[in-house]
Design a protein around this ligand. Structure first.
Ligand code: GLU
Length: 475
């Protein structure tokens, strides 16, 4: 394989790194790694009004969290405006571009008559061959590409196949605005060229841009990079992805308790396949990734599938690593649970010890934190609804009845508490569950937990008895 492969991820910093952008970044990253090449990162901040530093930070953070590293320094498009202007001037000099003095009123008129006739807006080329000496006073010109009016512009796309535009349908696009600022279309071409990009991978909402950019490449006599336009992500119902469907920022997925490896695995399968394989280590993804296996129809975002994969990755993770991962979401979700980062060392220890049981049931790190509630809960515990239901009249009465047997214990460990509770159940003619469930509810605030007597041992005598008494005093 050639080592000259260069891809780039080129987000516009107008919002968070959303899930579609993250997938585009992943595909570019995988393609570069697969071919021993480089992936560059270019921030397309030419839209000064909509670009924000907050969005840039969110994109960089999101990529780092997802483990998608880029090569070299981040390239900022706006900082290259001088170079873009220079290229526009060179096109003017070679006759492949011209100054257009059409006034805003003329353009409005063109737009209105196009609308009235039901055809797409097309600049009519009125300054294409006009002598600049006829330029009206006081109108600052734009620079437009002198695009071919006949023939075809073809994009050979690795995903979409051969896509053909009739040149008569593509008008002379603006390269430089009247205020001297480059247009996005020009900036992308110049940057991709100067950065040595060999393979463009981006959303198929840019497919028409590829044709227009192709015309700019042609006018400059530059090689066009290979193209791959990937179908956008849709919601589970087939409609365009919206927030309701999961069009959240990557930071939101982090706070919902997804592991970066699980999200990567989920994203790679959104639109790309490799036989029926669903689970991929990063190495496997890199080894298997190719553009040919990207489908042409939109992928559907499926939260349940993401959750299941995440559960799988959680179960496969090392206990100490999970404690670290849980700690990373504490700053955003800990406050409502009375937790702050860093977690106290004794809680970290107890979490690690309980992790083998906890991780069996969790689909997200938030689930883990919730099912570990008993480990960090402050008295009196806040019970969830199901736990409350278990502590109705019968439950509370049984709790009151078993309490003296536990209070009488001289030794406090799993075996001792189990012995006492079993003996009590037997004497009363109750099934173990009839007494264990109210105990569980009172001790953990939940109806599921690791084995009850282990919980009592971990909590210790004073905390356990205290939690039981709390329930009786508010009954
Ligand atoms: N900045 C564009 C976007 O965020 C991407 C442009 C490109 O990849 O060529 O949609």
């Amino acid at each position: 394989m050639s080592s000259a492969v260069v891809t780039r991820f080129a987000p516009s910093p107008t919002g968070y790194l959303h899930i579609g952008g993250a997938r585009t970044a992943l595909f570019n990253w995988l393609y570069a790694r697969r071919h021993g090449g480089r992936m560059l990162l270019r921030i397309e901040d030419t839209d000064r009004e909509r670009s924000t530093q907050g969005a840039i930070d969110a994109i960089l953070d999101g990529m780092r969290w997802l483990g998608l590293d880029w090569d070299g320094d981040v390239i900022y498009q706006y900082a290259r405006a001088e170079r873009h202007r220079e290229v526009a001037e060179s096109l003017l000099a070679s006759g492949r571009a011209y100054r257009c003095y059409a006034t805003p009123e003329e353009l409005t008129q063109m737009r209105e008559s196009a609308r009235a006739e039901g055809r797409p807006l097309r600049y009519d080329g009125r300054w294409r061959d006009r002598d600049p000496s006829e330029a009206p006073e006081g109108v600052k010109p734009v620079i437009r590409l002198r695009a071919p009016t006949e023939g075809e512009t073809v994009v050979e796309d690795a995903v979409q196949g051969r896509v053909v535009w009739q040149n008569r349908d593509l008008d002379d696009l603006v390269l430089l605005r009247s205020d001297g600022n480059p247009t996005y279309m020009l900036a992308v071409v110049v940057d991709d060229h100067d950065m040595g990009v060999t393979q463009v991978i981006r959303g198929d909402d840019h497919l028409t841009n590829a044709a227009r950019q192709g015309q700019i490449y042609q006018a400059l006599g530059w090689d066009v990079p290979s193209m791959a336009h990937i179908p956008l992500i849709h919601g589970a119902d087939g409609a365009k992805l919206s927030k309701r469907h999961g069009a959240l920022g990557v930071d939101a997925y982090r706070d919902l308790g997804y592991l970066p490896a699980a999200l990567r695995n989920y994203l790679v399968r959104l639109g790309w396949s490799h036989g029926d394989q669903e689970v991929f280590s990063t190495e496997e993804m890199v080894a298997a990734f190719d553009l040919k296996a990207i489908g042409r129809s939109p992928a559907r975002f499926d939260f349940a599938k993401l959750e299941n994969l995440n559960g799988l990755y959680i179960r496969g993770s090392d206990d100490a690593a999970l404690v670290d991962a849980v700690e990373t979401i504490v700053p955003s979700v800990g406050a409502e649970r009375g937790l702050a980062a860093p977690l106290p060392p004794d809680l970290r220890q107890r979490l690690t010890a309980a992790m083998p049981g906890l991780k069996e049931r969790a689909k997200t790190l938030v689930d883990l934190l919730d099912s570990a509630y008993y480990l960090y809960a402050q008295r009196p515990l806040v019970l969830d609804e199901k736990a409350k239901a278990l502590l109705g009249e019968d439950g509370s009465a049984r709790l009151a009845a078993v309490l003296p047997a536990l209070e009488a214990l001289t030794e406090w460990n799993a075996a001792a508490t189990e012995g006492a509770v079993r003996a009590f159940a037997e004497a009363q003619g109750l099934k173990l569950g009839q007494i264990a469930q109210p105990l569980r509810a009172a001790l953990t605030g939940r109806t599921t937990s690791p084995p009850l007597f282990d919980v009592m041992a971990v909590l210790g005598r004073d905390e356990s008895l205290g939690r039981l008494r709390d329930r009786l005093s508010d009954a």
